[in-house]
Design a protein around this ligand. Structure first.
Ligand code: SAM
Length: 310
């Protein structure tokens, strides 16, 4: 079960999409003073080095955040403005890499903790023994820098752990559900955990990342999430980014023999109760992102959104 290590994928195009959507959502929710419960059910290691073996071996970050970092620098040098959501993300990256060389990549826990206000609380879950240990060390460093008992790491199952956290007394929550989908059962667990969360806190904001791959469960997941949102009378948003990596004949042959079909080409985020500003922000950001990250002619993006039925 534990072969997945996010360090090989940190900063790839899927992280870029997910982290931009997460940050834009968080900023909108923090425009109000009320305390927020932030939950990351599948937190990973928290912080990543892009100049070390795992990132270099996969090369995914170079084609993701590396390409974006370069495009942002070129645009800034030319005096061109970046889409607001991209600029915010780039500012977070710059804060971690103040000398201008992109070496450190913030996973979702790092992005969330950097934005934490005194009235907010951050709950992280990570089950992998090694990544849990790495995250534990990082959380201790965050706490030492700004003593905030409001950051809590549980080296436990995030699908199970979310239940006990909802609803928070403030009734304001942003929950990121970002499994590795290493197990096919993750798709069903995601739908079940969102259904349960909506019963406990219908007004919570739930951000789910999913891969766009040729697997029935993966196609079905956004449809199931949309049906859940509609059933509960909630607004929803679905954004996808496909960087159009050309098919690799070796990967195709491996897939035909039942092996994984190579690197991920496309992914999506599904948001239940998105901020009303999010669709507009992503429609501005995604074409810009795609221009920076595209790998082939099949590259595409989409943002769909729906309001609760009256
Ligand atoms: N959210 C992170 C980010 O954006 O930086 C990336 C998370 S990574 C895609 C998924 C993580 O979930 C892996 O580190 C994996 O070990 C962990 N994991 C898998 N199943 C889990 C579970 N049931 N509960 C908590 N963590 C789990």
């Amino acid at each position: 079960m534990f072969s997945y290590r996010h360090a090989f994928h940190a900063g790839n195009h899927a992280d870029v999409l997910k982290h931009i959507a997460l940050l834009a959502t968080l900023r909108h929710l923090q425009a109000k003073d009320g305390g927020l419960l932030l939950v990351d059910t599948h937190a990973g290691a928290g912080l990543y080095r892009l100049d070390q073996e795992q990132a270099r071996t996969s090369g995914e970050a170079a084609q993701g955040v590396g390409a974006l970092w370069q495009a942002a620098a070129t645009a800034t040098a030319a005096g061109a403005a970046l889409p607001a959501a991209v600029q915010d993300y780039i500012d977070c990256l710059r804060a971690l890499n103040p000398d201008g060389v992109l070496q450190h990549y913030p996973g979702s826990p790092a992005l969330l903790q950097a934005a934490l206000r005194p009235q907010d609380a951050l709950k992280l879950f990570e089950l992998h023994p090694t990544d849990g240990r790495l995250l534990d060390r990082t959380v201790r460093e965050w706490r030492a820098r700004t003593p905030r008992p409001a950051i809590d790491l549980r080296r436990d199952n995030g699908f199970d752990g979310l239940k006990a956290l909802l609803p928070p007394p403030s009734r304001r929550a942003l929950v990121l559900i970002d499994p590795s989908y290493e197990l096919k059962s993750d798709y069903g667990l995601v739908a079940a955990v969102v259904a349960d969360a909506l019963r406990r806190l219908a007004v919570g904001c739930y951000v789910v990342w999913y891969p766009v791959i040729a697997r029935e469960q993966a196609h079905a997941l956004p449809r199931r999430l949309r049906a859940l949102a509609q059933h509960h009378g909630r607004a929803w948003l679905q954004a996808e980014l496909n960087i159009g990596t050309p098919a690799d004949p070796a990967a195709k042959a491996a897939a035909a023999r039942g092996r994984p079909a190579g690197s991920l080409r496309a992914s999506g985020v599904f948001v239940v109760n998105p901020p009303y500003t999010l669709a507009g922000q992503l429609r501005e950001a995604l074409p810009w992102l795609l221009a920076a990250l595209r790998q082939g002619p099949a590259a595409a993006w989409k943002v769909d959104a729906g309001e609760p039925k009256a």
